[in-house]
Design a protein around this ligand. Sequence first.
Ligand SMILES: C[S@@+](CC[C@H](N)C(=O)[O-])C[C@H]1O[C@@H](n2cnc3c(N)ncnc32)[C@H](O)[C@@H]1O
Ligand code: SF4
Length: 350
Amino acid sequence: MKKLLYIHIPFCDSKCNYCAFNSYTNLNHLKKEYFKAIKKQFINDIEKFEFKEFETVFIGGGTPSTMPVSFYEKLFTLLSPYTKNTKEITIESNPNASYEWLKEIKNLGVNRISFGVQSFDDGKLKFLNRNHSSKLAIKTIENAKKAGFENINLDIIYATSLDNYELLKNDLKIIDSLPITHISAYSLMIEENTKWEGDYSKRKEDEELEIWFIEEIKKRFRQYEISNFGNPCLHNLGYWEHKEYLGIGSGAVGFNERKMFRYYTNKDVNEYIKNPTKYKYEFLNNSDIKKEKVLLGLRSIVGFEESILNKEEKKRAGILINEKKLFKKEGKIYSYDFLLADALSAYIIE
Ligand SMILES: C[S@@+](CC[C@H](N)C(=O)[O-])C[C@H]1O[C@@H](n2cnc3c(N)ncnc32)[C@H](O)[C@@H]1O
Ligand code: SF4
């Protein structure tokens, strides 16, 4: 079975007000040491967890575009024996990356790029504490296309207190003018350990506006998961298909179905560098895995195999099929409305 590889880059140039990702702005002096640590973890993990080949690679963060090209040259040399048949290599980037960086990263074999744009409104960007302007984001996206990227994603955040029809219409107008193939649209979440922790005034509860915005995105790109639209990211599809993955880097997560556990590396970058192969394990049982397969399958176009359900669960899934909430095709069960996934999976597996 082919596997997925996730690599975490925990460095950012500035910290956004809403962000709880494992990312730091004051650890740039650790960037050199960081490569040595991820190399050590990678060599250890492919042996230990018996991973021979990767179907997809995803370099996420933090902000991978804060790392110089020389870092990726070393990284891809390390990965090359395992990526001969890799279909998709994705990298996340701030929309302030230079043309040279984009071009060189593309030449190293990265064939999908995801920009954390969030909005094209300068007031909203400032409010979120983003460190780029709308104009720079547009230029960088156009440069990515010129550098040869065919698959370009934009992350957009909506449901902030600044959102209104005019602002979002303008975002859509700019989106329409750009050479992109995918949108990830996230409703703002107020997270712990962020500048906005506990401050729900930063969100706007306007269901009508949210539904309108998502419907507008759906007119442009096919929805294939709750927050994802367009030409699917194969790596993310792999997660929802419950494939195994290696999680390399500080604060990364890996998953091994054969041994039935998830493992977590140290979130503290200094500690991670000292000991990159010290993990915390979360052991899963068959029932946990079944629940995840049903939930992830119903949140996306992936669906799940009916055969994993027991007799009672099959009966309840059958009721939902009769009620036209789910449908069945070639032994798999799918949802018509991904937003209902939580409730539907809780009904099937009590
Ligand atoms: C790791 S970042 C993307 C790459 C890069 N760090 C950047 O921001 O440009 C992942 C994405 O998650 C989304 N995100 C992070 N925190 C969020 C929150 N609290 N609510 C909604 N979306 C969030 C943002 O859209 C962000 O672009
Ligand atoms: S959203 Fe991206 S750039 Fe902003 S702090 Fe989080 S990881 Fe860094």
